[in-house]
Ligand binder design. Structure first.
Ligand SMILES: CC(C)(COP(=O)(O)OP(=O)(O)OC[C@H]1O[C@@H](n2cnc3c(N)ncnc32)[C@H](O)[C@@H]1OP(=O)(O)O)[C@@H](O)C(=O)NCCC(=O)NCCS
Length: 369
């Protein structure tokens, strides 16, 4: 790569220069930038910025990568930074990383810069660009999708972390011959962030939902449906709540909380696990807190979620219940699910046993009660 200026829609990518010292120092001392970019000097001062501009960025080019300033095309003011690092010439692969200054966020700057640099890299012979994000950095994951990067998987403990606490990283990849434009989302966001019929509302699980969801998932009758059937630790529920948006963006699952629409209190939880995107099939599970049962809220919530699932293109929803869980079977039949069979020994039961599961299915064209 050579440090030539790239003029693109909304952004200019150009080498850093000393006029960028104050803006670079301000942007890289910002807590959001520090959370997203590992290894920045602490504290980040104007001297740190000067060292980056005179030594760090030039060294990135020398190592076979690139380190561009993102600038506003009209004024040339610094908006952020974007780089290519970790070249693997035998694979035609680089890693892309970026940050955007607080005064330029949520304006499409990172997306425009990532698209422009990706196209430039592919034109220069790169075959594969990797983008590694922290599991909770959903802003960056949204940039990845908007810039055409597809979810590839989780690199376990790939981030050495700060203080010896290794962390997983999510890998997003764009290939030179991937179609231009944003990556297709298997699970788009809910319209306006929620579904409601005026009586129940469902929305994506968020970090603040840990208390009611921990209470829900430690109820004995809910634990009996878990795999394996043991109560979850509080930490695992907190993690599930923190990662719900990331799992949704990855197309793995839509983890939803069910709310009483009038009071806004939590009534239960519902999860759509997109287990077979290739065949358009997902699994639906739902549990209600004891105080919200017996009022038809489950039927309403599942009907809303099923309607949304078919609207976004799923072909089939399935659910499994324990043979003795008559309440769940009635609720599924009321919604329109049909009993399809018995899966013998499908799930791990207590003490090394196996449990049967009654299979229910709902197709897009089935009447919904
Ligand atoms: C992540 C970061 C680069 C995003 O920059 P940006 O210019 O604001 O991003 P864009 O305006 O291009 O937004 C792209 C998408 O992300 C969404 N997004 C951006 N910031 C968001 C936020 N804080 N919360 C939720 N969504 C956010 C936008 O709505 C948009 O989504 P859409 O395509 O679904 O409409 C910026 O927040 C940042 O500098 N963070 C710190 C450094 C960092 O994390 N770098 C990435 C390391 S992997």
């Amino acid at each position: 790569m050579t440090p030539e200026t790239i003029e693109a829609e909304r952004v200019r990518l150009r080498p850093f220069h000393l006029d960028d010292v104050v803006d670079t120092a301000t942007a890289c001392a910002d807590p959001v930038t520090r959370r997203g970019i590992a290894g920045l000097p602490d504290p980040y001062t104007e001297e740190s910025a000067r060292r980056w501009i005179t030594e760090g960025a030039p060294a990135a080019w020398t190592r076979g990568g690139a380190a561009y300033a993102i600038a506003e095309p009209g004024t040339d003011r610094l908006l952020g930074g974007i780089d290519l690092s970790q070249p693997v010439p035998t694979r035609g692969q680089w890693e892309i990383g970026y940050w955007v200054a607080p005064w330029a966020r949520r304006l499409g700057v990172a997306t425009a810069a990532a698209r422009a640099l990706a196209e430039h890299a592919f034109a220069a012979g790169c075959a594969r660009l990797e983008l590694l994000t922290d599991e909770e950095n959903t802003a960056s994951q949204r940039v990845a999708l908007a810039a055409g990067f597809r979810h590839e998987g989780v690199r376990r403990a790939a981030d050495p972390g700060r203080g010896g606490d290794r962390k997983d990283l999510v890998a997003w990849v764009r290939l030179a011959d991937d179609p231009p434009g944003p990556a297709v989302r298997l699970l788009p966001d809910l319209p306006d962030g929620r579904l409601s019929d005026g009586v129940v509302t469902v929305r994506r699980v968020a970090p603040g939902d840990a208390d009611p969801l921990h209470r829900l998932h430690t109820l004995p009758e809910v634990v009996a449906n878990r795999v394996p059937p043991v109560p979850p630790a509080r930490e695992s529920i907190e993690r599930r709540c923190r990662l719900a948006e990331s799992h949704w963006l990855a197309g793995r699952s839509a983890d939803l909380v069910i709310l009483d629409a009038a009071s806004g209190t939590t009534a239960g939880g519902c999860a759509l696990m997109y287990d077979e995107p290739a065949t358009g099939q997902a699994m639906l599970g739902c549990s209600m807190l004891p105080e919200a049962r017996g009022r038809g809220l489950t039927t309403r919530a599942v009907r809303l979620v099923a309607g949304w699932a078919f609207d976004i293109g799923l072909a089939r929803l399935w659910a499994g219940t324990r043979p003795e869980n008559v309440a769940a079977q009635r609720a599924l039949e009321k919604i329109g699910f049909r009993r399809e069979g018995l899966l013998r020994g499908r799930l791990p039961g207590p003490d090394g046993t196996r449990t049967d599961s009654v299979l229910f299915g709902l197709l897009a064209a089935d009447p919904r009660g």
